[in-house]
Design a protein around this ligand. Structure first.
Ligand SMILES: Cc1cc2nc3c(=O)[nH]c(=O)nc-3n(C[C@H](O)[C@H](O)[C@H](O)COP(=O)(O)OP(=O)(O)OC[C@H]3O[C@@H](n4cnc5c(N)ncnc54)[C@H](O)[C@@H]3O)c2cc1C
Length: 461
């Protein structure tokens, strides 16, 4: 089994040779720090709107080295944050509904760009399934459906599938029902981010790799090779943000881990079904997420070790054996036939979590400093919408995007250590205890345990 090497996705396509680093100090109109989806989509839309703009992207490693090249490949319309918290914005509930509508359209926008730019990322819009594998999970799914309906989401946006309807799509052990949202696509994320980086450089933006930014201030991004001076400097560093001076408590780098099987046999696929390529999760508190890959494997992710003391980062995605074993157990429990294919590769990455679990798109016109992120693990589509929004904000063009409720949203800072570490570890210990009780058929107390975890961590209900 391969471990780390950034991700299976990158190993499958091959890590490309590095683009040149910043040769020395230079000037630009817009300097973007970080070449993941957020930074690259921002550069892409800036250049499309105004080809004359001098856009420089500075990347510490290579484009797509972070979460963008390691994720579960869900291009999901899931709101990266809490409806009730975004509803505190002056536009209230209507603003939240509009943000959600824009996110749904973003799934199609990503597909459109893939078509127009010739990016073959195996994108299939098959929707997403959240399955219940116990009575307690099923009860939570039904509550969730009621909640969605109370926000106005009709059956065109989300619907319940009973056991039989679900089995027509996918057969997982003990699955008794599911919620289905049509607005989600599956991709090979490294293919998407690499294709996007190509589109960005073709547009005339300059992407410097192996160029770590050591500090950001108004008008300047500093690197060991020299400074980039620009009236607009945009921080697009998501789970890596804590390493920048002054940002240690802005976003918590939450770790997420993945495994991928070898290719499954035709017989295995016949027993599983899954011909619609829906992305898949369960309704456990410590939930998993999965996709059927374009080359006939199952890639499955979950939390593993959720957080490293002091906002520490992984080394090129390497993960501990206990996490591989834990995810492998979940996979074999759901799909016993996957045992034949074994686990071929495991890796991890960090996503950015703000203290109130709500993403932000920010631009301070006084300083020219902007940023977007804090997608809490739902950033593949959201980064596209954030990038389009940042592009409008930089150009000073009022648009339907610049008034969405995540624009200018301010999250509190995280507590200093060791409270941060204890809080996140405690949250997942409670979630796992709740899931164990549910598996043992003792469900009534689980909601209390999980709710206690939510309260500690600030996860909204
Ligand atoms: C394992 C995993 C699974 C996930 N699954 C999903 C999913 O299925 N669907 C979904 O919607 N979301 C998912 N996410 C989250 C999603 O991948 C992220 O929200 C999204 O990719 C964030 O993009 P980004 O560009 O903001 O950040 P990143 O992709 O992390 O990019 C940040 C970039 O900034 C660079 N950088 C950092 N610091 C500096 C610096 N000082 N100087 C220069 N460059 C710097 C990094 O090297 C990196 O390339 C997952 C995340 C992980 C880790």
């Amino acid at each position: 089994m391969r471990n780390g090497e950034v991700s299976f996705w990158w190993r499958a396509r091959g890590i490309p040779p590095l683009r040149p680093g910043l040769p020395g100090s230079t000037d630009a109109d817009v300097c973007i720090v970080g070449a993941g989806f957020t930074g690259l989509w921002t550069a892409y839309y800036l250049k499309r709107a105004d080809p004359g703009l001098r856009v420089v992207v500075l990347e510490a490693a290579f484009a797509g080295y972070g979460a963008s090249g390691r994720n579960g490949g869900w291009v999901t319309a899931t709101l990266p944050g809490s409806r009730s918290r975004y509803a505190a914005h002056p536009r209230g509930k209507q603003g939240v509904r509009e943000l959600e509508r824009q996110l749904r359209e973003t799934v199609d926008e990503v597909a459109r760009v893939c078509r127009d730019e010739g990016i073959d990322a195996g994108l299939i819009k098959g929707g997403t399934l959240t399955v219940a594998t116990s009575a307690a999970q099923d009860a939570r799914l039904r509550q969730r459906l009621e909640h969605e309906r109370s926000w106005g989401d009709g059956p065109g946006i989300v619907r319940y599938l009973n056991e039989e309807e679900l089995a027509g799509r996918l057969r997982a052990t003990a699955a008794v029902g599911a919620l289905y949202w049509p607005d989600c696509a599956r991709v090979q994320p490294a293919d998407l981010v690499a294709g996007l980086a190509g589109a960005v450089t073709r547009s005339g933006a300059v992407l410097y790799e192996a160029t770590p930014v050591t500090s950001i201030s108004a008008g300047r991004a500093r690197t060991p090779a020299g400074d980039v001076h620009a009236p607009y400097v945009l921080r697009c560093t998501e789970g890596f943000t804590a390493d920048l001076p002054g940002q240690h408590r802005t976003l918590l780098p939450m770790n997420s881990s993945m495994i991928v099987t070898g290719p499954l046999s035709d017989a295995a696929w016949q027993s599983i079904g899954w011909n619609g390529f829906e992305t898949l999760s369960d309704e456990a508190h410590a939930y998993i997420y999965a996709q059927r890959t374009a080359d006939g494997r199952i890639a499955l992710g979950g939390r593993g070790v959720p957080y490293r003391f002091g906002s520490g980062l992984d080394h090129d995605g390497a993960i501990v054996p206990s996490t591989v074993a834990q995810l492998g157990r979940v996979l074999r429990r759901m799909f016993p036939v996957t045992a034949e294919a074994g686990i071929e590769h495991a890796w991890c990455g960090v996503l950015g979590v703000p203290r109130d679990w709500c993403a932000t798109v920010m631009m301070d016109p006084r300083t020219g400093l902007g940023w977007a992120g804090g997608y809490t693990g739902h950033g593949v589509a959201a980064a596209n919408l954030a990038g389009r929004t940042l592009a409008d904000l930089v150009r000073g063009v009022p648009s339907p995007l610049t008034i969405l409720p995540w624009v200018g949203h301010r999250s509190p800072r995280w507590e200093p250590e060791p409270a941060r570490w204890a809080g996140v570890r405690g949250l997942y210990a409670l979630y796992r205890a709740a899931d164990r009780l549910e598996s043992a058929g003792r469900s009534p107390r689980t909601s209390l345990l999980a709710r206690a975890g939510d309260l500690i961590s600030g996860i909204p209900q």
